[in-house]
Write a protein that binds this ligand. Structure first.
Ligand code: MV4
Length: 449
């Protein structure tokens, strides 16, 4: 087992990793920018190293500074968390060349899944269902229009270097194709320095259902069931839950097998997530694979009763897993609390937290790095807490979440708590009958909260 892990991240995930390391008897090193001097991850780690000024590119994204921190503290492994360098193949490679274990898959696996066309080709070869569409990139407008005709409108254009909605365009007819293609290319080039675009049939009103998977270094792979992440706004997830209200035993069996096939096709090592689109007929299609621990991993932890960070560290250290799948024993819902104003288009609301009262009590978990007096810096993402509730049924879980949201009090900044309170009361949410377009129709009522 590792002696000392450096956590190349900040915020709640850095704390989350430190907690598990402590329980495993592993020493921890925090790194921090000058904006994060007062952060809890700095206080709770055994050692802390300042790696530069606030801008991410000069600190949390700066590979040389992180490697310097690894060297001076003698860490033998790096946990990248999510975001920042978590899916940076070059970083994984550099760790490897220094003899430092990158807690995650190999650089090659990250690269294969990072390029969406390569990922899709890999899935086709592994016989994992993918959305019908072009094999390879669109060469020019004429080629694209021909493909669109063959696939049948509506189609969706996607950036091969993308993910998360950037460089995506829906096209409904020939006449719209050229303008959509030009703007998708420009956006992809500007965002990823890669203008490659591919085309797929546009699946209307899909659900986003993802499978948590785990693979060890001995060839064993298992799935840990699904999370439904259909409640999103501009490709930012706001609520996740497990099991999916849309799931059936037979669909879970089929999707779980597909997720395992996807992971096995690249001999996947570590924890990862296979994302699927699911249409109203319960057809499912591989969308992408995330080669990191995700924000919403606690939802799975609560329903299968395992610490995923611990499992991740164990497989990184070479331990073998049983290879058996895990099924939800409970219902769990996570609400992401962001420092944003839900009454003003979710505008960021950084600043000082004057008072803070967390939600507590039976079946409630809050993962957060904030406290009364903490100043939320404007440089990083706006998530300040995750409230995770669990209960035997979805109905009880929603009631518990309402109760927890009612006692979660933050003063000094705006948060998304009022949005979640209204969502938990929404008939359509409560019915479980929603898809990824749900929040386009949902409008928050202006009330004094
Ligand atoms: C799609 C799709 C419909 N059809 N692909 C959004 C982010 C990126 N990961 C892929 N996305 C989508 N791909 C086809 N062929 C609809 C979406 C999509 C979406 C997917 C999951 C969650 C929320 C979404 C919101 C809008 C569009």
């Amino acid at each position: 087992m590792f002696q000392k892990i450096l956590i190349a991240n900040r915020g709640e995930i850095a704390l989350r990793i430190i907690r598990t390391c402590k329980e495993m008897g592993i020493r921890t090193v925090a790194v921090y920018s000058t904006a994060d001097r007062e952060s809890l991850h700095v206080r709770f780690a055994d050692e802390a190293v300042c790696i530069g000024p606030p801008a991410s590119k000069d600190s949390y994204l700066n590979i040389s500074k992180i490697m310097a921190a690894v060297e001076i503290t003698n860490a033998d492994a790096v946990h990248p968390g999510y975001g920042f360098l978590a899916e940076n193949a070059e970083f994984a490679e550099i760790c490897d060349s220094y003899g430092i274990k990158f807690i995650g898959p190999t650089a090659e696996m990250i690269r294969k899944m990072g390029d969406k066309i390569t990922a899709k080709e890999t899935m086709i070869a592994a016989e994992v269902p993918v959305v019908p569409g072009s094999e390879g990139l669109i060469q020019d407008v004429k080629h694209g229009i021909n493909l669109a005709k063959k696939i049948g409108y509506p189609v969706i254009l996607k950036a091969t270097a993308g993910g998360g909605g950037k460089g995506m365009r829906i096209v409904w007819a020939d006449e719209e194709f050229e303008a959509a293609w030009e703007s998708a290319r420009q956006e992809a080039e500007a965002s990823f320095a890669n203008a490659g675009i591919y085309i797929e049939k546009f699946i209307e009103e899909p659900r986003h259902i993802e499978f948590q998977i785990i693979g060890d270094q001995h060839g064993n792979t298992a799935h840990l069931s699904e999370r439904d992440c259909s409640i999103q706004r501009r490709h930012q997830k706001l609520v996740e839950e497990s099991p999916s209200p849309f799931m059936t035993d037979s669909l879970r069996e089929r999707m779980g097998n597909a997720a395992i096939k996807a992971a096995k096709s690249i001999n996947y090592e570590g924890v990862g997530t296979v994302e699927f689109l699911v249409d109203k007929h319960r057809n499912f299609y591989f969308m992408e694979m995330n080669t990191r621990i995700q924000v919403e991993h606690p939802v799975t932890e609560e329903v299968i009763e395992h610490d995923l960070i611990k499992e991740q560290i164990k497989v990184a250290a070479g331990e073998e897993i049983s290879g058996k799948n895990y099924y939800p024993q409970m219902h769990a819902i996570e609400c992401r609390i962001n420092a944003e104003d839900p009454f003003n288009d979710f505008r960021p609301s950084p600043g000082k937290i004057i008072s803070f009262h967390s939600a507590k009590g039976y079946g409630v978990r809050v993962d957060t790095h904030v406290y009364a007096g903490y100043i939320i810096p404007p440089y990083y993402d706006s998530m300040i807490a995750k409230i995770i509730c669990r209960a035997p049924t979805r109905e009880e879980c929603i009631l518990r979440m309402k109760r927890a949201l009612g006692e979660f009090i933050v003063e000094g900044i705006k948060t998304t708590v009022p949005f979640h309170r209204q969502l938990m009361d929404d008939e359509r949410f409560r019915s479980g009958n929603f898809h990824t377009g749900f929040l386009n129709d949902f409008s928050i009522k202006k009330i004094a909260e």
